[in-house]
Design a protein around this ligand. Sequence first.
Ligand SMILES: N[C@@H](CCC[C@H](N)C(=O)O)C(=O)O
Length: 265
Amino acid sequence: MQTIPFKKYQGTGNDFVMIDNRTDFFPKNNVQLVAAMCDRKKGIGADGLLLLENDVEHDFRMVYYNADGKESTMCGNGGRCIVAFAKELGVIQHECRFIAIDGLHQAEIFPDGRISLQMTDVNHIKSMLNGVFLDTGSPHHVEWITDVEAMNVFEQGKKIRNHDCYAPGGTNVNFVETLADGEYLVRTFERGVEDETLSCGTGATAVAIAAHHLGKTQSEKIKIKVMGGTLEVYFQYDGTGYKNVYLTGPAEKSFEGNYQVKSCS
Ligand SMILES: N[C@@H](CCC[C@H](N)C(=O)O)C(=O)O
């Protein structure tokens, strides 16, 4: 029986299986295998799985899969976790440049262990349903409500995620409450996990930019409280779009092991 060595990381409660695929051993199109590894009852359990691969021009390449086993768009918390993983593997020291599905990312590991990751620029924000839609590397619906803690995020998030106006790709859904100027509480329903997660990095980034775009704050430094901790988002608004966008927060290893591949995977 084949085994796959893995490490498990989490960033503000968004958890990931990390695999060193620099030897290109991982069967990248095996959706059932990735979903089985992410299964919380029968597998390792995770919101997603990431491969760290060699890249000729950059420090490494990141490949991201959701818990459903399908390769997806950018993952902000996964991006921060893979930087910590790359440091553990000795691929990088404190700064790096890596390539992901949405392009080049720069990142820095701060002395306190937090990781700051540059996210894609955002130039388009649309009004949709009762909120706004923007793409921060992954698609996000952002909606302000009065009581985030009381919200049925699973039920309401699922409805918006599958709404006709977001077909065929669907969207991630963020419900937001203002706590103070430049400080927001967020709960996210994630596409591909098809459930609420404790944190979503591209979602936190989307909320920060949406808050500025909607005139809820003039600040370009935003604090985002999520169910699994706190993230910070920095950006520069140049009058037309959002540039130099950075997502900062913790990323930590929780355990490592060997996954036993089942014959049906
Ligand atoms: N957890 C992620 C978002 C991952 C991508 C998302 N589920 C999608 O498929 O759109 C994050 O931290 O950004």
